[in-house]
Design a protein around this ligand. Structure first.
Ligand SMILES: *[C@@H]1O[C@H](CO)[C@@H](O)[C@H](O)[C@H]1NC(C)=O
Ligand SMILES: *[C@@H]1O[C@H](CO)[C@@H](O)[C@H](O)[C@H]1NC(C)=O
Ligand SMILES: *[C@@H]1O[C@H](CO)[C@@H](O)[C@H](O)[C@H]1NC(C)=O
Ligand SMILES: *[C@@H]1O[C@H](CO)[C@@H](O)[C@H](O)[C@H]1NC(C)=O
Ligand SMILES: *[C@@H]1O[C@H](CO)[C@@H](O)[C@H](O)[C@H]1NC(C)=O
Length: 445
C-alpha cells in the first residue's frame, strides 16, 4: 500500500496502538489487498480528483449528506459534490467511468493535525444511510456520541462486503456488541475502546477471519472470552473489562499475535499452555486478574517476548521456576509484583541481557539477591521491596547511581550494603531506608 493512499486515520490508529507501550514499539502494516476491483486504487491527487466530468455517485452523495446531518455537520450539505470539495475526513475513489465512490468517513478531533469533522455530542447518531455507501472501507468515529448514549447500530453489519476498518472509540456507546458485527467478514481492524458496552463478547466475531487488530478494552463486558481463533490477528486488547472464567486455550492458535492485553479483568484458572506457541508475541499483559499458579515453565519458548506483566494475580504460594526466563534474550520488562511468590529469586533472571525494568516487589521472596544481578547492565528500574530478602546487595556504586530512586529495596528482612557499594553516599534517599552496612562482615552466600 502506498503511503499516499493510506488513510490518515489508519496511520493514527497505528500510532494509538504504538503509544500504548512505549518500551515495545512495533508497527503493524495493514495490507490494502481488499480493494474492490471496480475502483482504481491510486493516489487521489488534486489533478486526478478534478478531472472534468468526474462526479460523486449521486446516491452516495445523498447518504453522505444524511450522515453529516446526523452528526451535526449540516454545513456539508452545502457542498455540491462531496468527493470533489473534500474535507479532511472523507475519502473517495474513482471507478473506471470516473464516478467517485466514498471509501472512508472519519469524525472526531484526534489532535490538532487531524481535524476530522467533530460531532455535536448532544444529538449525534450514526445515520442508517451509512448502509447506502456500497464502497465504504473505513468508518472512524471518535468521541462522537458521549452526551447522547446509544447502542452500536446493528445495521453496521450490512457493510460486510466492503468494510475493513471500524473504529468506534470513546463514543459513549451503551448496550451489547451487536452480533451482526460478525457479518463484517472483511474487517481487519475493530476498535471499540472505552465505551460503556456491556453483555458478553459475541462468538459471531469468530467469522472475521482476516482480523488483525481487535480492541474491546475499557468497557464493562462480562461473560467469558469466546473460543476465538484468528489466524492473522496481531493485536488483541480486551483489558479493563469484567471478563471472567479461563483464558480459552484457542488463543494459542492466534499465531500472528504480537500484543495480548487481557489485564484488569476477572479471569481465573491457569494460563493456558497453548500460549507457548506464540513465537511472535512481544507483549503479554495478564495483570490484575485472578489467574492461578503455578507460574508456567514455558515462558522461555516465547522467543520474541519483550514485556511480560503478570502482577496482581495471587498465584501463590508458588516459586519462580529456576529456569523460567532462560534464553529470553529480548525480554525488557518483567513485572511479577504482588503474586504471592515464595522462595528464592532465580539467578537466571540476572542473565537476561535486555532487561530494563524488573519488579518483584510485594511477594515473599527469600534468600539473597543473586550475584548475577551485577550483570543487569541495562536495568534502569528495579523493585525488590516488600519481600523477605537478606544478605548483601550484590551490585555496586554504578548501578545504584544509575537507578537512584528507581531502585527500591526497602521492607525486606535483612538486606545490607558493603562499604564500597555507593549506598553510603546516598543516605538521603528513601530506597535505602532500613538498610544498613554489612559490618561486621557476613559470609557471602
Ligand atoms: C449540550 O447540552 C448541554 C446541557 O445539556 C449544554 O450545556 C451544552 O451547551 C450543549 N452543547 C452544545 C454543543 O449544544
Ligand atoms: C447478519 O448477522 C445476523 C446475526 O448474526 C444474521 O441473522 C443475518 O442474517 C446477517 N445478515 C447479513 C446481511 O448477512
Ligand atoms: C447493559 O446496560 C443497559 C443500560 O445501559 C442495561 O439496561 C442492560 O440491562 C445491561 N445489560 C447487561 C447484560 O448487563
Ligand atoms: C471452548 O472450548 C472448550 C474446550 O475446548 C470448551 O470446554 C468450552 O465449552 C468452549 N467454550 C465455548 C464458549 O464454546
Ligand atoms: C524460603 O522460603 C521457602 C518457601 O517458603 C522455604 O522452604 C525456604 O526454607 C526458605 N529459605 C530460606 C533461606 O529462608
Amino acid at each position: 500500500m502506498s503511503l499516499i493512499s493510506a488513510p490518515p486515520q489508519m496511520l493514527l490508529l497505528l500510532f494509538l496502538m504504538c503509544v500504548w507501550a512505549p518500551a515495545t514499539p512495533f508497527t503493524v502494516i495493514m495490507s490494502d489487498s481488499g480493494v474492490p476491483k471496480a475502483l482504481v486504487d491510486g493516489p487521489q491527487t488534486g489533478v486526478s480528483m478534478n478531472k472534468d466530468g468526474a462526479r460523486t455517485d449521486p446516491r452516495e452523495q445523498e447518504a453522505v449528506y444524511d450522515i453529516m446531518r446526523a452528526t451535526g455537520n449540516d454545513w456539508a450539505t452545502d457542498i455540491p459534490d462531496v468527493c470533489r470539495g473534500r474535507w479532511h475526513g472523507i475519502e473517495c475513489m474513482p471507478d473506471k467511468d470516473d464516478v467517485f465512490h466514498v471509501v472512508s468517513l472519519s469524525f472526531g478531533a484526534l489532535s490538532d493535525d487531524t481535524a476530522f469533522p467533530t460531532c455535536d455530542p448532544n444529538r449525534s447518531h450514526i445515520s442508517p444511510s451509512i448502509t447506502r455507501l456500497p464502497y465504504i472501507r473505513t468508518l472512524f468515529f471518535y468521541r462522537c456520541f458521549s452526551n447522547n448514549p446509544q447502542p452500536i447500530p446493528s445495521f453496521l453489519g450490512q457493510l460486510g462486503p466492503t468494510l475493513q476498518t471500524l473504529v468506534l472509540r470513546e463514543n459513549g456507546h451503551v448496550g451489547p456488541i451487536p452480533i451482526e458485527l460478525g457479518n463484517l467478514t472483511r474487517l481487519k481492524v475493530l476498535d471499540l475502546h472505552k465505551n460503556n458496552l456491556n453483555g458478553s463478547i459475541p462468538i459471531s466475531l469468530n467469522r472475521i477471519t482476516g482480523l488483525r487488530s481487535l480492541d474491546l478494552s475499557g468497557n464493562t463486558l462480562t461473560g467469558s472470552i469466546p473460543n476465538f481463533t484468528f489466524p492473522v490477528l496481531s493485536i488483541l486488547d480486551m483489558s479493563q473489562n469484567l471478563l471472567a472464567d479461563s483464558i480459552p486455550s484457542t488463543i494459542g492458535a492466534c499465531l500472528a499475535l504480537l500484543k495480548m492485553d487481557l489485564s484488569h479483568n476477572r479471569l481465573t484458572g491457569a494460563i493456558p499452555d497453548s500460549i507457548s506457541n506464540l513465537e511472535n508475541l512481544m507483549l503479554m499483559d495478564l495483570s490484575y486478574n485472578r489467574l492461578k499458579g503455578p507460574l508456567p515453565i514455558w515462558f522461555r519458548t516465547l522467543i520474541s517476548l519483550q514485556t511480560l506483566i503478570l502482577k496482581g494475580n495471587p498465584m501463590g504460594p508458588t516459586q519462580i521456576p529456576s529456569d523460567a526466563c532462560e534464553g529470553m534474550k529480548g525480554l525488557m520488562i518483567l513485572i511479577l509484583s504482588n503474586m504471592n511468590l515464595h522462595g528464592p529469586i532465580p539467578s537466571s533472571i540476572g542473565h537476561l541481557p535486555s532487561l530494563r525494568v524488573l519488579h518483584l516487589d510485594g511477594n515473599h521472596l527469600n534468600g539473597s539477591i543473586p550475584n548475577s544481578f551485577r550483570e543487569l547492565k541495562s536495568v534502569g528500574e528495579l523493585r525488590l521491596n516488600d519481600n523477605g530478602l537478606v544478605g548483601p546487595i550484590p551490585f555496586g556504586r554504578e548501578m545504584v547511581w544509575r537507578m537512584r530512586r528507581k531502585l527500591r529495596l526497602y521492607h525486606n528482612s535483612g538486606l545490607c550494603y558493603n562499604a564500597n557499594s555507593g549506598f553510603g553516599d546516598n543516605l538521603d534517599s528513601s530506597f535505602s531506608s532500613g538498610i544498613g552496612p554489612c559490618e561486621p562482615p557476613r559470609p557471602r552466600p
